[in-house]
Write a protein that binds this ligand. Structure first.
Ligand code: GAR
Length: 212
């Protein structure tokens, strides 16, 4: 059976960041762009919450923002269709989910297949879903971490781009473990985006190869 493969483009890209909260991962990506580490621009920072703190940071940084309230739409598909329209108008190459706490419909996953990344605060495929740092503590796993992956309709199950591992300590709480993982998130997410626009990510089946 031949596997279809996808190779990321080598170009100066246009990114849409999606967030619902404070936006520290968005900041780490933007800082990497400002340092010249990533060949891209953030064309828009989008949120499903008009008062998300991350949107205020984006405005402070003179970035364009947009928000849509899901309550103004009849159902998830209609909401995501409006989101896709916002993106098409801005010629977006890559969506980076950065603490975007809303499940995407297949509509948007297909429209941006291989062009949609997420960061998750656990070593997928362990602990998909929410409150995963607490789950890692409760399970007594010795290691947890963070995963950057491409997004597919099956939540948190897309091809893995990069991961970082942290120890889970005996006296960890959800907060202390989250803080340790977040430090790694801020390294691996910009790294994944950098590799993407260097044209170095190749998706074959469910594996991602990093090309030299
Ligand atoms: C991050 O820890 C991110 O991994 C997590 O939300 C936090 C957002 O923080 N994402 C998920 O749990 C997605 N399921 P931030 O707003 O400071 O980037």
């Amino acid at each position: 059976m031949t596997e279809t493969s996808y190779r990321s483009p080598k170009k100066r890209g246009r990114i849409a960041v999606f967030l619902s909260g404070r936006g520290s991962n968005f900041i780490s990506i933007h800082d990497a762009i400002l340092r010249g580490d990533i060949d891209a621009d953030i064309a828009v920072v989008f949120s499903n919450r008009r008062n998300a703190p991350g949107l205020a940071v984006a405005l402070d940084r003179n970035l364009e923002t947009a928000s849509l309230n899901h309550k103004d739409f009849e159902g998830r598909e209609a909401f995501d269709a409006a989101v896709v329209k916002e993106l098409e108008a801005r010629d977006i190459d890559l969506i980076c989910l950065a603490g975007y706490m809303r499940i995407l419909t297949p509509l948007i996953c297909r429209a941006f297949e291989n062009r949609l990344m997420n960061i998750h605060p656990a070593l997928l495929p362990s602990f998909p879903g929410l409150h995963v740092q607490q789950m890692a503590v409760d399970w007594g796993v010795r290691f947890s971490g963070a995963t950057v992956h491409f997004v597919v309709p099956d939540v948190d199950m897309g091809p893995i781009i990069t991961q970082a591992v942290v120890p889970v300590l005996q006296d960890d709480t959800e907060e202390t473990l989250s803080a340790r993982i977040l430090i790694e998130e801020h390294k691996i997410y910009p790294e994944a985006v950098r590799l993407y626009f260097e044209g170095r990510l190749e998706v074959r089946g469910r594996r991602v190869f990093i090309l030299d």
